[in-house]
Design a protein around this ligand. Sequence first.
Ligand code: ZN
Length: 107
Amino acid sequence: MVQEHSSIEAFPLSLELTDDDAVLEIVWDDGHTSRHQLDVLRASCCCAVCQGHHPSQSLNLKADEFRGIRMTDIAPVGRYAYHIVWSDGHDTGIYTLKMLRELKNST
Ligand SMILES: [Zn+2]
């Protein structure tokens, strides 16, 4: 079987909103815990709308622009990513497990 997406070893055991729903905490099955502030996560969105198809098209989003942002919905996409819908109406963001794991903890 061909691996369609680059995969990582670890898989999330649990995802939870903490810190008054301002932080997404992910506990991985290898014992690592990721803590991502939602404004940082929103600004890190790597979809075509936010990043364009070329670096020159990037919106250069900054976490400052998303203070107080909330997650409206989060749903798994296969076993490789999560689709996140944001309270600002942005709903094209796919966050791969690899990205969620490699993004530096922001809290
Ligand atoms: Zn986006």
